[in-house]
Structure formats: C-alpha cells, structure tokens
Design a protein around this ligand. Structure first.
Ligand code: SF4
Length: 338
C-alpha cells in the first residue's frame, strides 16, 4: 500500500481528504473500531462506512506479530510477519513518563552490507510499502503508548525513500507524532538530504558515520554512497541547522578498528550542531569484530567531552534478546522457518 493507492480507494468510496485523515488517525492511533465507531461512522459517507471494517482488517493484516521478546533493559523486540511470509524486526524502547519509542524497519534485508550488521549479510530481499511501515507503528501502539518512531531497524531508509517519506508524512500528521520525535537514520545519500530539506514534515536526522576515515568507511559500509565523511557531516550539519534538530552521529564502536580516532573526531565534529552517539558493537557470531570493554568506551566519552564534543554512550537495545539488527529474525528463521 502506497499513499496513491490509498487515495484512489478513498476516492472510489466518495471520501474527502478529511475522511481519509480521520480513518487513518483511527488506525494509526490503534483505536479499536468498537471504540468511537459511532462518532467516526457518523462523519463518513455511506460507502466508506460500509467498507470501513474491511479496510481496517486489511491494514491491520499487513503485519502480524510473530514474536515478542522483552529484554532485561526494558526494551522489547518484536518480530512481524508480512503477508508474503517475509519478516521484519521492530524494537520498543522505554522512554520517560511511561511513553515508548519504536524502532521500525524500512526494508526486508539491506543492500548496504555493513560488515558489522547481521541484516547486511543477507543483502536486500525487498522494499517495504508505506502501509507495511505504518502497520508496524499501528501494531506496536496496540501494545504500548508509542510517541517516537526511529527508522533504525532493518534496511537503509534512503534506499526506500518514497515509502519512508510518505510514512513520515503520515506519522507526523494523522499519526500524531511530534516531528522531532521522528528520526530518519541513514548512511548518507545526496537524494535523501535534498528530499528531507523540502519535506513538509521534517524529521530529526541520524547519520551513521562510524569512522572519520574514508577508506575504512568504504570497507565497513561497502555499498554506501561514496561521500567522504567531511561531505556527509557538512550535509547533515546543514540539515540539522535548517530543521532545528541536532544531528545524531551514530558510531558503532569496534574494538581495535575505530576506537582510537579522537583527534580526527574533534577535527570533524568540533563546532557541529549535533551529538555523537557511541554504541559498543553487539557481538554477532560469524562476524569478525569484537566489542570494546565498557570502561574503555567510557574513557573515550570522557576524553571527547573534555575536548568539546558532546558525546553519549549508548547500548544497543535488547542485547540479551540478541538486540543487534537482524539477529532475532535470523535466529527465529533458523529455529522454525516462518
Ligand atoms: Fe543496512 Fe543498517 Fe545493517 Fe548497514 S547497519 S547493513 S545500513 S541495516
């Protein structure tokens, strides 16, 4: 389901934009049809009213919850099955005030092929539609009060740009999610920077940087666009300043690989409008990287802070349920093929 299909169906049912908006709000905010149905139906044209239960069932059926695994850190990993039997992961992340963030997938698999990521090892299987992205949010909202959505699950959002931008547009309007609570996470892509700059719902930006060294980055992210770290940070910084939301520079820390670049980090990120998130690698069987010691990571944070770089140490959520992207899906598929 892309938005154009949706519009065509609503038009066939004689619906106006405000009807579409109202129905989408009902679905995305996980309001059961039994609740508020009278008010909703009173507002809608007859043909749409009659088609409503079928439409809702169809959208809800875009994803079905296959597995829900809570972790000791409070996060919950969800595995959704899609209608064609493929599956994607999402992660519920506890926030302050009993609210939850949701990390969603934008593709089944991923073509970037990052050497430290389980999803990257299998390549791209297929794109998710706008509806399948939105359905992850609607389903998660049936479980928890989600008020933040980050596009950091399986897939590279800039490789499925139209669907992701449509989903962001809908989530920032009918979905009721604050624009700064929508996070577009990317390895960096010219087209994505351009489109985000002109979007009416502007999400916050997370840039997966991982190193300041162009050659090492090419090795770690073999099929990311060939923009140098300097170009990437320049583009991200311009977007961050224009949108008013500081850029989140993501850095997966790999022992002995990218954990000793203090001078280069200071040169690259000094004075930028953003925060550096250091995320110690979550060990994955079969991948040739090690997780650095936690104390060594804390030292790095302290050193960078002293040199004026706003740095945070983050753990990848749900480590004890194999929280690294794509690991739960891989394990479940190996144990009991979906
Ligand atoms: Fe793709 Fe992200 Fe995994 Fe890299 S880390 S392969 S961009 S899903």
């Amino acid at each position: 389901m892309q938005l154009a299909d949706l519009d065509a169906r609503f038009a066939e049912l004689g619906a106006l934009p405000q009807h579409r908006s109202r129905v989408l709000r009902h679905w995305l905010q996980a309001i059961p049809l039994t609740q508020g149905r009278k008010a909703l139906e009173h507002f809608l044209p007859k043909a749409l009213r009659e088609a409503l239960p079928g439409l809702m069932a169809e959208w809800q059926g875009l994803v079905s919850l296959h597995t829900r695994e809570p972790a000791a850190d409070g996060s919950e990993r969800l595995l959704f099955t899609l209608k064609d039997g493929q599956s994607v992961e999402a992660v519920l992340l506890p926030q302050r005030d009993k609210a939850w963030g949701l990390c969603v997938s934008s593709q089944v698999g991923c073509a970037v092929g990052c050497g430290f990521c389980m999803t990257g090892t299998g390549g791209l299987i297929r794109q998710l539609s706008t509806g399948e992205i939105l359905a992850q949010v609607a389903a998660a909202r049936g479980l928890r009060a989600v008020n933040k959505v980050v596009f950091m699950g399986m897939g590279e959002p800039s490789h499925n740009l139209e669907a992701v931008l449509e989903a962001i547009q809908v989530l920032g309007t009918e979905g009721g999610i604050g624009h700064k609570s929508l996070v577009f996470s990317t390895v960096g892509d010219e087209r994505a920077f351009e489109r985000l700059a002109s979007a009416s719902v502007k999400p916050a930006l997370a840039l997966s940087l991982h190193t300041t060294r162009a050659a090492l980055r090419q090795q770690l992210l073999p099929r990311a666009p060939r923009l140098s770290p300097q170009e990437l940070v320049g583009r991200a910084d311009a977007y961050g300043r224009a949108s008013g939301y500081p850029v989140q520079y993501q850095w997966t820390l790999l022992a002995g690989v990218n954990d000793a670049e203090d001078d280069e980090i200071v040169a690259l990120l000094g004075g930028r409008y953003g925060v550096l998130n250091l995320i110690p690698f979550n060990r994955v069987e079969g991948l040739p990287f090690e997780r650095p010691e936690w104390e060594a990571c804390r030292d790095m944070v302290r050193r960078l802070h002293q040199r004026g770089i706003l740095t945070k140490l983050r753990d990848s959520a749900g480590q004890d349920v194999e929280g690294g992207c794509g690991q739960l899906r891989a394990r479940i598929q190996a144990e009991r093929p979906i």
